[in-house]
Design a protein around this ligand. Sequence first.
Ligand code: B12
Ligand code: SF4
Ligand code: SF4
Length: 427
Amino acid sequence: MRTHVRVVWQGQVGDHSPMPIAAPFQEGGNSGTLIGMKDSLLPAVETAWISERARALGFDGCGVAPAEKFPELGHFSDWLDRGYAGAMKYLEDPRRLDPRSPMPGVRSLIVCALNYNSGLPYSTEIEHFKNRTEAPRGWISRYAWGDDYHEVLWEKLNALAAEMRVHFPEPFEVRAYADTGPVHERAAAKYAGLGWLAKNTLLINQSLGSWLFLGVVLTSLPLAPTLGPTDVPSPDRCGTCRRCLDACPTEAIVEPYVLDASRCISYLTIELRGAIPEQFREPMGRHVFGCDICQDVCPWNGRSPRTELGEFQPRALAANDDEANEETLFLPDLLRIASLTQEQFREFFRGSPIKRTKWQGLVRNACIALGNQSDEPGSNRYREITKTLENVAGCADAVMGESARWALSRIQAKGKAKIPGSYPARS
Ligand code: B12
Ligand code: SF4
Ligand code: SF4
């Protein structure tokens, strides 16, 4: 009888929300056969089996960390007290301070990493503003070009849990999170031997870089940790580099390893409801959903492997192929985004992480990106931008309308054109 496991899939996406076997994964590594040296631990071969199954299911990395309070979490309360979480109240959940608290009896954290680098150019490599005849282009973060990664990870984590249920005879519990639980996934990944916590705060794996989604399976099984008692986590390989700090347009990385999330473009464009504080609008540039700059400039992503997973390739910016006209979420047409109706938004972004920012948020962001354009008054593009913004400025939504009026005043001030008064309502 091997079916005593209770699998619980938990967490809401609202929370924002590879091994001891083969080379790229194991940054530290367990040298011995009896890891942890506690006689209650399962033999290391079981950890190796889990890693091997994770690899077979398509994960690029997997490791096991003991369910212990990681030292990094000692800064968490200070970080919150400084207001760095902005409006992300869910980060105040005290269970985040200790990985043992989300599930009673948890002994081990199985951390899985999945590469989402679809191989298209980095935002820092694109000079599309030079082409004035083309539509104005925005930037959507690499992680959001394809399908919702929560779904992709859950499917794989679910499959891993199902295999564990067959493999382990004793009763045990598992609970899987992909960005959705009160667990600091990067700290868990560090102690699972998957990489180091870098100055941009992200987890970097020496071979894979940082284009990695993380998922965690909490289990009551006493698995042998990937890092043995004499192993240390992967060393910090940031060295004297500070490219990410210097490149961040909003100075959100306030000191190495510390992010003021309330300044981060990712927070401003995805998590923040309401108006974007004026001081960040210009530095936001062309970003309409998330930001990749602190990863694009990172030398450890210079030769990151590509993923061939169809789920992470850029989707068409349309509900069906006929409409697509080869427009995708890679460098999307800002005019098209700012003109989306609520119904189109719902259709286009079904199953996409972009739905998190909601229609109001995405149109708001596109208006700000349009306001950051610098077209010559009188050019076709200038006229198109003005027309689109005037349309949004007349809509009933206060935040969208205000963002559009701000953008109009910016581009018109540049061209000394009339400052808008009132605009016709949007159809
Ligand atoms: C909240 C959140 C955000 C917030 C805050 C980001 C952050 N750095 O915490 C926002 C919306 C800004 C965000 C942005 C992004 N996110 Co996010 N996010 C999360 C989430 C849900 C929780 C993270 C968390 O707990 N943050 C809380 C703070 C306290 O943690 P921290 O920044 O690591 O802070 C620690 C250090 O600063 C440390 N510290 C060290 N020294 C010192 C000194 C002092 C004085 C202080 C005060 C603190 C301090 O103390 C803190 C506590 O330990 C996780 C999923 C998860 N459940 O873990 C995903 C996650 C971290 N995000 C992810 C991704 C992909 C992104 C983006 C790249 C998306 C994008 N392209 O737009 C950006 C990257 C921005 C960046 N440079 O971090 C991935 C990261 C994968 C990886 N390889 O690391 C995760 C793991 C999601 C996933 N399941 O894959 N995210
Ligand atoms: S994601 Fe962008 S805004 Fe946020 S810390 Fe990185 S570079 Fe700065
Ligand atoms: S850019 Fe440099 S400092 Fe920043 S995370 Fe990468 S290696 Fe570390």
